[in-house]
Design a protein around this ligand. Structure first.
Ligand code: GDP
Length: 447
């Protein structure tokens, strides 16, 4: 899901995010790359135009280069606009409290309606602890009624029996009465797949919708249809008030662009995504989360969480204190620091992905392996206390003695002193915020 988009965006973001200054030319080039990426993903041209225009306007409006991290400011703007375009508001499903909520599920044949009803029922039962009843009003295809029965029995969801001799309104009326008596929380009504040009079936759907007055009318649409799905939804909209979209088959759609176009062009929020044939291949559509995913920031977030957990609050606080007193930071602290960073382990992976300065990312501290650490340890241990506290006094004769004592070379000692200076620089950068805040800041940037 969104793999190609994520791949392209990760590259674009990487190029711009660590910039200390952004020129108009940088913005222009980045926006051009974004435009191409979105076009290739089959996002509607109108949506792309609007999206780019908004970013451009914000970049001019906000004085990006006044920020300490202009590249990251730019990424923030892109993310905010992406969330707006794909629809942040009204994206949660509506339930009636202490009353029966009725969901009418409509769409073309083969869109994935029945499969999605199975997913929804299971989801509502398991995640929301709701009592769910389903029924089918597809009186034209007995196989469809049977399919719903089979899916429901697998997930232990109750089915209200329907027969093809009854009308969809009759079936729904009885199902609603039964659901109320038996105190179900949700009734999901499946309908026959239809095309908007089929007047008879569209009229039937209108009457059914008018009679039921559903809590939600969910339109199921196959994302593989691509741009055409917008017209399909719009044509249905002329006949029936749709409150939410269930976008299916995003797992098999490498382009996925339609997920970014629907809300803007139809004003109907996508509330669910189907990303596989299995019953639990369903996701609530969360614009923030999806934007993070598209921009390649989702992995980083989970990585931050695991680093925080691994490192522990106590250690972070210790590091924090050390960072704060960086002015008196000496080679003993340096050694301790190396041990602590080693514990994090995966920080190297995280830092490479982060939209932060390459100076920090490529700092030797984060590239240490065990043998390097051993060498550093023996060099520092061959120093006098005074040398460890005031590394500036280590000139050539002291270097010779230290190298001899540690079984290393003068070059090794020089290298270590250089590394020490560079970590001091990093600490200067993050000294005011400390490690916990540093992580949180990164998180904020990403979310
Ligand atoms: P209906 O005619 O609208 O009720 O569609 P069905 O529920 O019968 O689904 C049609 C086909 O799409 C079936 O083969 C489903 O397994 C498949 N399908 C439904 N949702 C998804 C999905 O999210 N991903 C994939 N890959 N296939 C799906």
């Amino acid at each position: 899901m969104f793999k190609n988009l994520t791949k392209c965006f990760t590259k674009i973001i990487k190029n711009i995010s660590h910039r200390g200054r952004i020129t108009e030319q940088n913005i222009k080039e980045t926006l051009r790359e974004i435009r191409i990426t979105l076009l290739e993903a089959d996002v509607s041209f109108i949506v792309i135009k609007k999206f780019i225009k908004k970013i451009k306007k914000k970049c001019i409006g906000e004085v990006i280069n006044n920020s300490l991290t202009p590249g990251q400011e730019f990424v923030k703007i892109v993310k905010k606009e992406l969330i707006k375009i794909i629809g942040n508001k009204n994206s949660s499903i509506k339930f009636l409290s202490k009353k029966l909520s009725v969901f009418l599920v409509i769409g073309l044949q083969g869109a994935g309606k029945t499969t999605s009803i199975g997913k929804l029922s299971n989801f509502f039962q398991k995640k929301f602890k709701k009592k769910v009843l389903v029924t089918s009003t597809d009186i034209y295809r007995p196989a469809a009624i049977k399919q719903l029965k089979i899916i429901s029995s697998k997930i232990q969801v109750d089915v209200f029996k329907s027969h093809n001799s009854e009308t969809p309104i009759d079936i729904s009326k009885k199902a609603i009465e039964y659901a109320k008596i038996k105190k179900y929380d949700i009734l999901i009504i499946d309908t026959a797949g239809r095309l908007h040009v089929n007047k008879k079936l569209m009229h039937e759907l209108q009457s059914l919708n008018k009679y039921i007055q559903p809590t939600e009318t969910i339109f199921v649409i196959d994302s593989m249809i691509g741009q055409d799905s917008i017209n399909i939804i719009k044509n249905f909209q002329k006949h029936i008030f749709i409150t939410s979209i269930f976008l299916t088959k995003l797992d098999s759609n490498t382009r996925c662009g339609v997920a970014l176009s629907i809300k803007y062009l139809t004003e109907i929020p996508i509330k669910f995504i189907g990303n596989g044939e299995k019953i639990d291949n369903i996701e609530l559509f969360n614009a923030k989360k999806i934007s993070s995913k598209i921009l390649g920031m989702e992995n980083i977030l989970s990585e931050i969480k695991s680093i925080k957990k691994k490192f522990g609050k106590k250690n972070i606080n210790k590091l924090n204190t050390q960072i704060k007193k960086y002015n008196s930071f000496n080679l003993n602290d340096f050694l301790k620091q190396i041990y602590q960073i080693k514990k994090i382990g995966s920080i190297k992976f995280l830092l490479q992905k982060l939209p932060i300065s390459s100076n920090i990312k490529n700092n030797i501290l984060f590239q240490m392996n065990d043998s390097m650490i051993l060498k550093i340890e023996s060099i520092i241990k061959s120093m006098t206390i005074k040398e460890r506290n005031y590394p500036n006094i280590i000139k050539i004769s002291r270097k010779k003695r230290i190298a001899l004592g540690s079984g290393t070379t003068i070059q090794d000692v020089n290298k270590l002193l250089k590394q020490f200076k560079s970590i001091k620089k990093i600490m200067k950068k993050i000294k005011n915020i400390g490690f916990i805040k540093f992580f949180n800041k990164i998180k904020q940037m990403i979310l």
